[in-house]
Design a protein. Structure first.
Length: 605
């Protein structure tokens, strides 16, 4: 509870030298500064929602490598038990013999919904405990099976949405009643349901709530928010895409950027696949070229990887392919020389895919065979077997980015942590694989940065590698026209180790003085002045054994930050009227040319 005298003295010495602890909240775009107390420890007040805190403790370096505060992450949250069920409540189950499926909150991953053919289970503490959730049929007909057959589900803040048959149903957390209302939710023809996989709460889009849920029929795509108010008459889902009858929506997912999403469609007359993408704030759909997929047959699933440039993973039951950097490169994931993953898993099909923020990707087959890949590489490695082929298993990524393996046994649900790094090393034993760099670190570690006019932000990045490896660091970004970047590089070579230090200066060089009228000014400002730019720092070469930092992506809000007043330039103009001096103070809110200004001077007699 209290540090010893020696630790207190050591901490004070480091504090005097410039070291202090910084607390960064994952769900809040600001850091909490700590204060050194007389008792010899740091103290900080946490902002944000008190029901859930996920924060990282980092250290302010005294020198470039000198840190004494160990980096760590912690999670504190409150859980509230479900209301007890009565005799009229009914279970929700997948079709008999189905593989389990799981969905968890993008911003609150400790909350998860597990669907199985034995029931639907909910956890509010990352499966330290869990319980079955049931529904009150209310005015709905009781199913003949004695339970409702569910195909998909999503978890919202105040309830859950289930796809039962070809309709969507709502279960409220308060009363547990199952409801169907075509006004709020599509009541027929629903083919799929998708949930956001990347947290968007920190995305600096002011005055606009991003969607959380996607649902689609054969020809229409709908979006919904993170909470549903059943008591009001307002619609929860809105139509965002309508296609002709000759086009069919196969699947949909949220994009690499929090404000984007995509839909995979097929033209029935030509059996051709296309990818439609759209920014939610713009509402303009664009067609993107998909790799030739004549050999691929559905059903399809897809996952957009969090990146500065659109990055996509698409798979069916047997084959996986992915694109990098806005479709500039398409590749098949292979095992040895074959792109058919099922052949290497004794004919079993792909069950589901899990990827953490360090781009470690696990592909689980229906017979519980596991494959590993560092996303961006095109080869899959088979990991050691953990479960019998007959067991029902699903993978879950908790709030600390740990892989949890959930196995449904006769005695109930078995929960165990999966040692991913150890299993990777075991699978690669004897293989010639080594990470091309020894260390890679940078200080672009906030999810959001704000850049106002005439401001600049500097970042440093360092990569250490063996002599002759020729490794570099790239800073990728979208919307190149909004911000300018200058780069400085310092290179060192000591004892066969090379070190590249880079400094990036990010700023906006917008000059409005050449604008002749307000119309040109407004057009130029809307296009180049204010926007959200996403940036990503990555080495030019990676390998399966590389440890990439989790904070590779940052969003830059260009414009006036929240809670800041507009700063204006004040000009004093001197006029001579009737041989008397009048001082007129003018405030320019926009860059209006001086010759366009008119003054009316009132003289009191």
């Amino acid at each position: 509870m209290m540090p010893s005298v020696y630790f207190r003295y050591l901490t004070k010495c480091l504090f005097i030298g410039g070291e202090f602890a910084v607390i960064e909240l994952s769900s809040f775009p600001q850091t909490s500064q700590s204060y050194f107390t007389n008792q010899g420890f740091w103290e900080a007040r946490l902002l944000g929602v008190h029901e859930y805190h996920h924060f990282h403790i980092t250290s302010q370096s005294v020198s470039f490598h000198g840190r004494s505060v160990a980096s760590s992450q912690h999670v504190f949250f409150r859980t509230f038990p479900e209301k007890p069920h009565d005799d009229k409540n009914v279970s929700l189950c997948l079709p008999t013999g189905s593989q389990m499926s799981i969905v968890w909150g993008a911003c609150t991953p400790h909350r998860a919904l597990l669907l199985s053919d034995k029931g639907t289970f909910i956890t509010k503490n990352a499966f330290l405990t869990y319980e079955e959730i049931k529904v009150d049929p209310g005015e709905l007909l009781m199913p003949a099976e004695g339970y409702y057959v569910v195909f998909d589900a999503v978890l919202l803040e105040n309830g859950s949405i289930f796809r039962i048959g070809d309709a969507l149903f709502w279960r409220d957390n308060e009363d547990g009643k199952l409801r169907k209302n075509p006004i709020k939710l599509p009541g027929e023809g629903v083919k799929g349901l998708s949930f956001r996989t990347q947290c968007a709460d920190y995305y600096p889009l002011l005055g606009f709530e991003l969607a959380t849920v996607l649902a689609w029929t054969d020809h229409e795509l709908y979006k919904g928010g993170k909470a549903l108010d059943w008591k009001t008459n307002s619609n929860y889902m809105s139509n965002i895409l309508s296609l002709p009858k000759t086009t069919k929506i196969l699947t949909a997912a949220f994009g690499s950027h929090p404000a984007s999403f995509g839909a995979l469609v097929m033209y029935t007359d030509s059996v051709q696949l296309s990818l439609l993408t759209c920014y939610e704030t713009e509402g303009i759909w664009k067609t993107r070229t998909l790799l030739s997929t004549n050999v691929l047959q559905g059903p399809f699933q897809m996952l957009f990887v969090n990146a500065a440039l659109e990055t996509l993973l698409v798979w069916n039951k047997d084959t996986m392919l992915y694109s990098l950097h806005n479709d500039s490169e398409w590749r098949y994931l292979r095992i040895m020389d074959s792109s058919n993953i099922s052949q290497e898993a004794s004919g079993s099909h792909i069950h589901h895919v899990v990827m953490d923020r360090s781009r470690n990707m696990l592909v689980k087959m229906e017979n519980n065979v596991l494959f590993f890949c560092k996303f961006g590489m095109n080869k899959l490695f088979r990991l050691p077997t953990w479960n019998d082929p007959g067991h029902s298993v699903v993978l879950y990524l908790n709030q600390k980015e740990q892989i949890i393996m959930l196995t449904m046994l006769d005695g109930g649900l078995h929960v165990q942590k999966y040692p991913l790094q150890m299993e990777i090393r075991s699978a690669m034993q004897g293989e010639v694989h080594s990470c091309p760099f020894i260390g890679f670190t940078h200080n672009m570690n906030r999810p959001v940065y704000y850049i106002d006019k005439e401001e600049a932000i500097e970042f440093w990045v360092q990569i250490v590698y063996h002599e002759g490896k020729n490794i570099n660091v790239t800073l990728s970004r979208n919307k190149d026209h909004v911000l300018q970047i200058t780069e400085r590089t310092h290179f060192e070579s000591v004892r066969h180790l090379d070190t590249t230090n880079k400094t990036f200066t990010i700023y906006q060089d917008a000059d409005y003085r050449d604008m002749t009228n307000n119309s040109d000014l407004i057009i130029k400002k809307s296009r180049n002045s204010s926007d959200i730019v996403t940036m990503e720092l990555l080495p030019t070469h990676i390998d399966y054994s590389c440890n990439l930092p989790k904070n590779q992506i940052s969003h830059f809000f260009v414009g006036c930050p929240p809670n800041r007043h507009i700063r204006v330039i004040k000009l004093i103009v001197l006029f001579l009227v009737d041989h008397r001096e009048f001082h007129v103070r003018c405030t320019f809110l926009t860059a209006i040319p001086f010759q366009d200004l008119y003054f009316v001077i009132h003289q009191k007699i």
